[in-house]
Design a protein around this ligand. Sequence first.
Ligand code: PEP
Ligand code: MG
Length: 759
Amino acid sequence: MAPLTATSAAREILTRLHDVMASRSAAQTKLNQVVQIIGEALDTEVCSIYLLRDGVLELFATRGLKQAAVHVTKLVLGEGLVGTIAENVETLNLDEATSHPDFAYKPETGEELFHSFAGVPIVRREQAVGVLAVQHREQRKFDDVEIEALQTVAMVLAELIAGAGLIDESGSGAKGNRDNGPVRLAGLKLVEGMARGRAVYHQPRVEIEHTVAEDIEVERHRVISAFAKMRDQIDGMTREAEFGVAGEHHDVLAMYKMFAYDEGWIRRINEAIDSGLTAEAAIERVQQRTRMRMREIADPLLAERMHDLEDLSNRLLRIVSGQLGTAAQLGLRQDSILIARNLGPAELLEYDRRRLKGVILEEGSLTAHVTIVARAMGVPVIGRVKDVRRMIGDGDMVLVDGTAGSLVVRPTAPIEEAFEAKMAVGQRRRAEFAAMRDLPAQTKDGLRLELMVNAGLRDDMAALDVTGADGVGLFRTEFQFLVSATLPQRERQQRLYKEVLDAAGDRPVIFRTVDIGGDKALPYMNTSGGADEENPAMGWRALRLALDRDALMKVQARALLEAAAGRTLNVMFPMVSEPWEFDEAVALFEAQRKWIHARNRAVPNHIRYGTMLEVPALAECLDMILPKLDFLSIGTNDLTQFLFAADRANPKLAERYDWLSPAILRFIARVVRQTRAAGVPIGVCGEMGGRPLEAMALIGLGIDRLSITPAAVGPVKAMIRSLDAGALRTRMDDFLSRPVRSLRVDLTAWAESNGVAIT
Ligand code: PEP
Ligand code: MG
């Protein structure tokens, strides 16, 4: 006999299993044949299959144990060796079964005759659905070759028993990776709110339909070409990430790249194919093996790598199986909680708003654009949730508590009840806020503030009436570019801007010219200019790109000017770093205005030009730019990242610096003082202004216009109406001189002792 290798052993079994699987006999007959085939091929005295039914492992077929034990011997999860294997989704290989602490003797099987024992879990969707076990009289461990073969065969068995309807899909399965009871996971609260729905992975898991190869050469070629495609994708993502397109971070991409080119990985997949598996099953088989190995090593760094490899393996599976769509493309079928490692804003916008109830990200940060978009959509988001894939199964019920920054998976009835009660409280609060809709945003001491909303899409305009806001303080025009498959033409832009102005009526709308680049890249346009950018947020983006490639901005200027014909047009430029950039942008708009006017077409009655202050350099030249400005708006999202040199999308920095740090507040105080002295209206349009305590601090610094996400209007208005702005303003200098990391504690204490509604 030729020396046994894992490949040849598995292949012999798989070739014979192929015929069994194809036959039309009953499931029980097939299982009886399977234990015979495996037993003969591996020359083991006992071969048994246990399947999980209603949380209990039942002996379904055996060669070598007493036949009377079939359907009689049962073990609960965690009971005996078989129960342990299923519960932990692990392989056991013992020379003396009885000396293992978990051994449980089942007299009806007659197994006292056998000493050695090896068992592998039969796995489906990362959970054990059964156990394949072999035993010998002899006291010797099984060879690695035999174990490998058993694991490969177990994959095929998973297909066979699923096909025969023998798999218990009731969710009473093993603990293993994924605890089937309720679990509470904590993360970072990115968008407040509460939601319930079924878990849906943005990149759905591939269902492997066939595990046994018809033609090994064909499978080999499928894997080769899938690898080539995957490498192209990763190379593409790396190029894009250099100017900020891809949601992934550089170190993740570097790791992807390393794995994508790892010859060892390909070799192992090819070996699995040689043993008779299809390309899909081979990829999964290798991944299963890696998972099992990694489970034995408790190293967080390696766990992180494993995560990357899981992502990549899933990507490879999707390519090879042609199951490429994201959950958005496949369509949500019910109220859903979306789960992803990270998402781009455009990817999120692809989802059906009616069914998307919440988002869970493994990464994510407060001011990443995906968060801003979700906030605008009113969808709660929890970020930086660890171990998601291990803990949440596709279709599991998930309760998202975006207020506490936590979620519960597979809740019990009492948990659901408590959650619903809390949700009802939230609804009551929302009703209270709604009742304030027509009340002015006026402080107790009579200061009338302008409370505006941030928007970006036509649908967002409904928020004006719902919230009773004073206007749109930031209309992010790039959102239209992000949600389009192609560059929006002038007519389309103009139509949108006109609809927005119509919806706003008398209320002002501040249109910000496109801010693309950074984490807002367009799939149809190369915004990198061919250059590799190491720091896209600080790169060729927003006004920089728009002034250098002015065709885009000219089109937008014409669309805005024509849309606002006969009315007031408020235009704001993003990322102005030096006054000349503002001058050039205004000159471009004025040239377009003259061009339209020269053709006897209507132009706006009045154009007000303003700038965002989000690059600290501009603050140093305020005296030069202020005389030219109609208004100034502080963009605290970018300002904070530049002031602290802390990437706003980097999850590791998400909680490092506080918006209530003296550094930011002092900076803003200086800008406000100078701007007000020049008589220029000043507001804040970053996310900071949407949080009651932060908004209170900004008002304390002299800000009297806030443009915030619609959901924040109620809470911020409630804060404003309970605030004595004058009293706070007299205290701010004192607060700003305190040598603390953050003024959060001090400001909270002040708010509480002065009866300000900050929660
Ligand atoms: C900001 O930077 O604060 C801002 C409002 O603009 P965006 O978040 O779109 O960059
Ligand atoms: Mg910005």
